[in-house]
Write a protein that binds this ligand. Structure first.
Ligand code: ARG
Length: 390
């Protein structure tokens, strides 16, 4: 009995993988695993009903809490962005892959499979985690290079029913929704309004702003307007209210790991609000030296996440540094939401390094700055003088 465990999303690619693993790869038993990281209920139900028809057994793992507390919260602490957008798909992949490996070990499987193609980043993210087990790795979509038409024909032959006019390839979790393909493949074409589901078009946003007070404790959000919330509920609430104001849309050309440029469109209202607020309170409580150094750490942290290399020991080391800095990131940030913009309008913390006395009020002490000023830029001033023709 040859057993394989498949990371199953319920979409066309992973559904086609199930009969392929039997017929083409010769496995006797295919176990489909879907990891719930906050996909829409409907998507999960569809995955379940399809898997129950196609596979030998189906495992659904609710990983929402784990995703928020062990993956999203560290991302907030690290201000995790890639080429300017907030990481979304990338942060969920290692968690999904980890659960698939765990099921395979428990079931005594021989192999692991995913439905990624050979062009994107996700193949690398799954592979990297899968390879930490000693199991065989199978990626039917990448290995067999089926055209979309061949794939649809094969699906039909195996009774896999799909709306044939699915326009976009969408990846959604509690933190972010990414949309690609179809007309978006033309970088010049504006995304149609129907591509967006979480965020309102600016024309439909309310004229009255909302102001939220977001409470942070050691770098992570804990409350909204004084109401303490569990992480999952907090993100859901911010997605709803931010989405209503049209906040958190990204449309960009992105450099994939393999070097392809891709046009991607994202929605991530809660992420936008929380990262604006988090970066802001960090500027209140961290020293200039800490901020400069942490910028580099955040950047490297984000590169590792984008590449799916979170099992690199460097990742742990960076998290240790980041956690140390976050001990002081406690307090409140006031954010005004209106017309697609989340703007910080106030912040406070018991660890604030801001002193009104020093910045504004003290009189008569300014003359001491003169001594500092005499040496400030000494070499630059000399060099500028030497450049002048004598
Ligand atoms: N380009 C993003 C990344 O590599 C998102 C890819 C998500 N996939 C999708 N079908 N939209 O992280």
């Amino acid at each position: 009995m040859k057993k394989v465990v498949l990371a199953y999303s319920g979409g066309l690619d992973t559904s086609v993988c199930i009969p392929l693993l039997r017929e083409h790869y010769g496995y006797d038993e295919v176990i489909a695993v879907t990891v719930d990281v906050g996909q829409p209920e409907q998507e999960l139900r569809e995955a379940q009903s399809r898997a129950e028809k196609l596979s030998d057994s189906f495992v659904l793992i609710d990983a929402k809490q784990e995703f928020v507390y062990n993956y999203i919260f560290p991302l907030i602490k690290a201000n995790g962005t890639y080429e300017g957008y907030i990481l979304g798909t990338a942060i969920a992949r290692p968690l999904i892959a980890k659960h698939v490996v765990a099921v395979a070990k428990r079931e005594g499987a021989d192999a692991l499979a995913h439905g990624c193609t050979g062009k994107g980043n996700d193949q690398l993210r799954f592979d990297a985690v899968f390879r930490t087990s000693n199991l065989k790795l199978i990626a039917p979509m990448r290995e067999l290079c089926l055209t979309r038409e061949e794939e649809k024909r094969y699906a039909k032959e195996h009774g896999i029913a799909f709306e044939t006019d699915k326009r976009w390839s969408i990846d959604e979790n509690i933190w972010s929704r990414s949309i690609e393909g179809s007309e978006l493949e033309d970088p010049a074409a504006a995304p149609p309004e129907t591509a967006f589901q979480w965020t309102a078009a600016l024309d439909n946003t309310p004229d009255t702003p909302d102001v939220l007070k977001i409470g942070f404790e050691s770098g992570v959000p804990v409350s909204i307007n004084g109401r303490v919330l569990d992480g999952v509920a907090l993100i859901k609430d911010l997605n709803a209210i931010g989405g209503k104001h049209g906040i958190g849309r990204t449309d960009m050309i992105e450099d994939r790991v393999l070097g392809y440029k891709a046009r991607e469109v994202y929605e991530h209202p809660a992420a936008t609000i929380l990262l604006e607020a988090h970066r802001d309170i960090e500027r209140l409580v961290l020293t200039r030296n800490e901020l400069r150094f942490k910028d580099m750490v955040d950047h490297t942290w984000s590169e590792l996440v984008y590449q799916g290399l979170v099992m690199d020991p460097l990742f742990d080391a960076l998290n240790a540094f980041i956690d140390k800095t976050q001990e002081k990131v406690t307090g409140c940030v006031y954010v005004r939401l209106s017309k697609g913009v989340a703007r910080v309008i106030g912040r406070e913390s018991p660890y604030a390094l801001y002193s009104k006395d020093v910045s504004f009020d003290i009189k008569g002490e300014q003359s001491t700055a003169e001594g500092y000023s005499m040496y400030h830029g000494f070499q630059s001033i000399l060099a500028a003088m030497k450049r002048r023709p004598l």
